[in-house]
Design a protein around this ligand. Sequence first.
Ligand code: MEV
Length: 308
Amino acid sequence: MVAATAPGKLILFGEHAVVFGEPAVSVAIDLRTEVFARPFDRWKVDGSDLGNRRYVYVKEALARVWEGGPLWLEIRSAIPIGSGLGSSAAVSVAVLSALLKMRGGFDVEKIAREAFEVEHTVQGRASPIDTTTSANGGGILVLTEQGRNFLWAIEKGQRRWFLHSWKAPKLTFVIGYTGINAPTGPLVERVRRFAESDSRGMNAVREIGKISLEGLEALKVDDLVKAGELMTRNHQLLNFLGVGHPALDRLIEAARSSSLGAKLTGAGGGGSMISLTERIEDTISAIQRAGGKAYAVTVDQRGTEVQG
Ligand code: MEV
């Protein structure tokens, strides 16, 4: 039996813009997905067959790297599905980690590359930020060219992402989950249509890219006030791009008085918001009063791990 685990992620700055190759900043968090795998006489995932739509990422991962016989797989996740916290990336990374470990070829870069291909195929369009964050752990920075602490470059068509690690401080964020499960693919497609047909859309994408770089600098020098302001501005631009949701704005508004800044995180359209706050309990209570599920997460340096 092989066991693999991979973390969820928070995008601090730059979601959606990163799909166009703009800079973005993310961290792995202390919510993980576990996958157990062993050879079996027929295919089984969580006791059911692989045909279930829920297992589309698992099936794509198997198609990419598995040439062996049938497997028994069990998946347990602490990351709510469709919540913007990287549940699909963590499943893809953990499944690929288990498969590559069984094949004798566990390699974090290969896992990050394959998991990106899985997400890209299933969603129709994606950046590698979620999957590299889950594979590598810690802080991830996407740049338009190679810089310090470079990990790898990933390409798709005309687009190229340069992935780097950055030394993320041990920050705690409060998550507010709307309870609305929003698939990423259609939201990414909506932004593509807007940005490719209207220069105001593309300008917003570019501005988000600049905010990501400024936000990273603010976090590096521990200027949380500045980082919070930039998060709030980033959220306004995401709303402008059409990926907000009234439920997200309600939670963000509720968190405002106890937070340094707040924004949606991940694809939007529902899902989750994050608050950068020094008043964790007050922020959790405010989000709960506004109807959200609220909890605190911290940055996790651990990426994918395997045993067995
Ligand atoms: C989703 O977590 C982040 C998006 O930027 C999509 C992607 O980067 O693949 C919306």
